[in-house]
Design a protein around this ligand. Structure first.
Ligand SMILES: Nc1ncnc2c1ncn2[C@@H]1O[C@H](COP(=O)(O)OS(=O)(=O)O)[C@@H](OP(=O)(O)O)[C@H]1O
Length: 372
């Protein structure tokens, strides 16, 4: 081994040392000294293996650390909108409200997660914007939502399957996260409030309310579209809502019954105090979702995360969608259908019918929603 080589060999540790060994090995071969060449080459190999092993080890440790942080923080749950998009495309084929559509926001689980009963429910109202509200809330890292409407408390066949059945249909969540489901039928169905109270008397309830007349028309349109898609005949809204004999409002028509908010609210207030509800105006939510989402954050006592730049107004849809870089992630065609033109005389009758009903509701909840 030449002095020059020894000097090189004594220099440097680790990766730079090995690089130098490589130069040394080549020099040896050039000199034709076979023994030194073998020694140098084995030194080179062991050094390279050691470096590779160290890198491999560091890589494995890093992977474990990143995975640990990733799964225990829950941050990844909100990192892509694929579930939302899937939900949106599902709702495009929706015919019966949101019944049984949508996907769980977090279908996977780790040892840190489990399925929990909801600590908060969106109980209504049908056609009030419940799907958009739920999907927007799902962006929050402290919230997990059940994609499908559960219809657990309003459908006796499901209810008799028990709370464990219900819990198993909830998304996986971390201990610090709030599970939310939405079933707008809950608000109007007779025995739901009592059953929810039995499950959790301190539950938080979100109620998004729309002008009852607009809500009815949207409700009617939902059913009509369903019939049209099946090639069935349907009645005009005016013929369904007006009693032919008396000329008055047909109170037995289901959309009318659903829009009498004070009746349903009075029933819920027998079980829950007013401060367990967050009442949201559907009209305000449609105009400015962020302000309403921030109210929900305060109500649920979770970190303020909602920012204006998370949403974007979509001119074609006529409502706010989730901003995903340059894309607008919007709900499907079943939302924002063009309402039919209603006979003005019928509209006037409906307004006159609902005005006193609305007043009763305002005084029950202490909020004037300003419906005409
Ligand atoms: N941001 C946003 N995205 C989508 N849809 C929005 C939004 N804000 C409000 N709305 C209005 O929500 C109405 C549908 O309400 P729901 O989701 O509660 O309907 S359902 O009861 O679940 O079928 C639906 O009513 P219609 O316009 O009558 O179809 C929407 O206009």
């Amino acid at each position: 081994m030449t002095a020059k080589m020894k000097k090189k060999k004594s220099k440097g540790q680790g990766l730079s040392g090995c690089t130098k060994v490589l130069t040394q090995s080549q020099s040896i071969q050039t000199d034709g000294n076979s023994i030194d060449s073998v020694k140098a080459s084995s030194k080179f190999c062991s050094c390279r293996q050691r470096v590779l092993a160290i890198f491999l080890l560091i890589g494995i440790v890093c992977c474990f650390c990143i995975y640990g942080i990733y799964t225990s923080s829950g941050a990844h749950l909100k990192s892509d909108l694929s579930s939302y998009t899937e939900m949106s495309s599902n709702t495009q084929h929706e015919t019966q409200g949101d019944y049984d559509f949508g996907v769980d926001s977090y279908p996977f689980h780790s040892r840190h997660t489990q399925r929990r009963l909801p600590q908060c429910i969106i109980i209504g109202v049908r056609k009030g914007g419940t799907r958009a509200l739920l999907n927007f809330l799902d962006l929050h890292p402290d919230i997990q939502t059940a994609g499908r409407e559960m219809h657990f408390f309003d459908e006796p066949d499901r209810y008799k399957l028990g709370l464990n059945w219900y819990r198993k249909r909830m998304p996986f969540s971390f201990r610090n996260q709030i599970t939310i489901e939405k079933t707008p039928a809950y608000f109007v169905e007779e025995h739901v409030a009592g059953k929810v109270h039995e499950m959790n008397s301190s539950i938080k309830l979100l109620l998004i309310l729309r002008d009852p007349v607009e809500r009815m028309i949207s409700d009617y349109l939902q059913v009509r579209t369903n019939k049209e898609e099946k090639g069935k005949s349907y009645h005009r809204f005016e013929d369904l809502v007006i009693d032919k004999e008396t000329g008055g409002i047909r109170e037995s028509y289901t959309p009318v019954r659903r829009s009498k908010y004070h009746v349903h609210m009075a029933r819920w207030l027998k079980y829950f105090s007013l401060d367990q509800f967050l009442l949201i105006s559907s009209e305000r939510f449609a105009e400015d979702p962020v302000t309403q989402l921030q109210r929900v954050e305060a109500f649920l006592d979770i970190d303020p995360q909602f920012k204006r730049d998370m949403f974007v107004y979509n001119e074609t849809k006529g409502f706010y969608c989730i901003r995903d870089e340059d894309e607008h992630v919007c709900l499907g065609e079943s939302k924002g259908r063009k309402h039919p033109n209603i006979d003005p005389a019928v509209l006037a009758k409906l307004r006159a019918f609902f005005r006193p009903q609305n007043k009763k509701f305002y005084s029950l909840v202490g909020v004037n929603f300003g419906w005409p």
